[in-house]
Design a protein around this ligand. Structure first.
Ligand code: HSE
Length: 314
């Protein structure tokens, strides 16, 4: 049996929602798992990039052996029913750029889990899949929207369960995803974060997250403009993302721009704006990075409301 799963990219944090807010985007990886018939062949993992610009260095971020995150996720699922994965061929077709803060690792974890769950006859329900995926990824803000789609507020509880709610993104607001050519591994981007933060910074983010959710419900652009700020991760990561400070500065007074935030652990940047003015925003971002000799891909994307889906069973 052979199962293919299509999984969306995701952007996490969205400013104040560090480790608890994420959104699915319409760029996809496809994970195929095949039970091989030859005993003793073990687990084989192949990564095939559909992105012309991906180089081997990029793909090195997806380990292809039994230490890989996809293998760990599949193994945890098998273990949960008292089995171990033995003869499997895993193929990942990637369109999501690697190490840019767009949920490439979450996508392979989720794709692997959903495919393996199908092969095993659905032992895991959505709650179990969310818990296993979060255990492997370390935080739920990419894996939750990768599984359920849409914009989600998500929490990993002390008992390992995941509580999430979907939120509606106003159609009036555009999401422009700015992806620089350089990479930033999530573990490096997390290593610069402090273990403790000043209480006033924690309060700042608590206020912003409350504003964010209310602004969504009421489509209040003025409130969203205040909400798209953060003091828990972006200030520490600024030095790892050349151009972020300058892009934020250059867009600050631009009409219709509600905010500019790091996508996940970076280095991609999201610009949230009211519709129109998009060409101007894109050229400001492109020119700012150009001045630093950084090439970029800049895409305005809708929210992908659909989570990971099984697209083929043979
Ligand atoms: N919330 C995570 C972070 C997302 O900012 O490190 C990275 O995958």
């Amino acid at each position: 049996m052979k199962v293919s799963v299509k999984v969306p990219a995701t952007t996490a944090n969205l400013g104040p929602g560090f480790d608890c807010m994420g959104m699915a985007l319409p760029v996809y990886n496809t994970v195929t798992i095949e039970e091989t018939v030859l005993p003793g062949t073990g687990v084989e993992i192949n990564v095939i990039s559909e992105d012309d610009k991906a180089d081997e260095l990029s793909l090195e971020h997806i380990p292809m052996d039994e230490n890989s995150i996809i293998y760990k996720a599949v193994e945890l699922l098998y273990n949960s029913i008292g089995q171990t994965p033995s003869e499997l061929k895993i193929t990942i077709h990637t369109q999501i750029p690697v190490a840019r803060g767009l949920g490439s690792s979450a996508s392979v974890i989720v794709g692997g889990l959903l495919a393996a769950n199908e092969l095993l006859g659905h032992p895991a329900d959505e709650a179990a899949l969310l818990s296993i995926a979060t255990e492997v990824e370390g935080h739920p803000d990419n894996v939750t929207p990768a599984i359920v789609g849409g914009l989600v507020l998500t929490s990993s509880e002390d008992d390992g369960s995941i509580v999430y709610r979907k939120l509606e993104w106003p159609k009036e607001w555009s999401i422009t995803v700015c992806i620089p050519e350089y990479e930033l591994a999530t573990d490096i981007s997390r290593s610069v974060l402090p273990k403790e933060v000043p209480i006033q910074d924690a309060v700042f983010n608590a206020k912003r997250l409350g504003m964010f959710v209310h602004a969504l419900h009421t489509k209040d652009s003025a409130l969203m403009k205040l909400a798209l700020k953060d003091k828990l991760h972006q200030p520490y990561r600024m030095k790892l993302v050349p151009g972020l400070e300058k892009i934020t500065e250059n867009l600050k007074h631009e009409e219709n721009v509600l905010g500019c935030v790091l996508s996940g652990a970076g280095p991609a940047i999201l610009v949230i704006s009211e519709k129109n003015n998009l060409d101007k925003i894109k050229s400001i971002v492109r020119d700012t990075w150009n001045d630093l000799n950084v090439k970029a891909e800049i895409l305005t994307l809708p929210v992908e409301e659909q989570g990971a889906q099984i697209i083929k069973i043979d």
